[in-house]
Design a binder for this molecule. Structure first.
Ligand SMILES: [Zn+2]
Length: 226
């Protein structure tokens, strides 16, 4: 019997939208958290250090949005791999959040190191197959969840939605052309320009899709006058 449990008011039921402006503002912090995880918390017997972070929301607003970081753990060859992305998803599921609006993965951008682990060369380190399976099975990850893959030691980044990520390799094999998002310089030193650009984009049209606007702002070289 759930005696005494408060029935959520209508204002709570309506608050299901994510604030993408807040998410865009949180990205420099998310990148720092992901890099911190890789540098200070990751354990890898072969020195392959990866960190991740995510921005998650609770639909009814009973908890404020959160930014949470994680790191990979593989102390020896025998231990099954536990990636940074898995760490973050498990923590957020355990803490009862409803949706991951976006995530950051920070790893090497060395093509040889990426090829050795992933079997293919990509400009940044993408979530591996097992991570993508885990994300696909998580109630927190939607096709629109934005995945930012960024260098540990540089601001080279690629911006995909989770839906994009799941399709690009097969498409590239089939078409023999580059389909994945081109690498961009995230240029974290002047983030206000991207926040401004996002606001401008969203104001220009009332029915602007915030996911596409965020993707566009993150993927472009933004040069607004301050
Ligand atoms: Zn993985």
């Amino acid at each position: 019997m759930m005696a005494g449990e408060a029935i959520p008011g209508p204002q709570h039921e309506l608050e299901s939208g994510a604030d993408y402006g807040q998410f865009v503002s949180a990205i420099p912090l998310m990148v720092r958290m992901a890099r911190f995880g890789a540098t200070n918390e990751a354990i890898s017997y072969r020195d392959f250090h990866v960190g991740a972070s995510a921005y998650a929301i609770k639909f009814d607003g009973s908890k404020p949005p959160v930014t949470l970081g994680g790191a990979n753990y593989k102390p020896d060859q025998q231990t099954p791999k536990y990636c940074a992305e898995m760490d973050v998803v498990d923590h957020l599921e355990g803490n009862d959040y409803d949706q991951i609006v976006g995530s950051v993965v920070a790893g090497t951008t060395d093509p040889k190191a990426i090829k050795a682990v992933m079997g293919r060369v990509t400009p940044t380190l993408h979530p591996c197959h097992a991570c993508q399976d885990k994300m696909a099975g998580s109630r927190l990850v939607t096709p629109d969840t934005i995945v930012i893959t960024v260098g540990l030691e540089n601001d080279v980044a690629q911006i995909h939605t989770f839906d994009d990520l799941q399709m690009i390799y097969e498409l590239e094999e089939r078409q023999g052309a580059q389909v994945m998002a081109p690498p961009v310089d995230l240029d974290l030193s002047n983030w206000a320009r991207r926040e401004q650009a996002f606001d401008v984009l969203m104001q220009m049209s009332a029915d602007n899709d915030p996911v596409s606007a965020a993707q566009l702002v993150l993927s472009s070289t933004v040069a607004l006058d301050s």
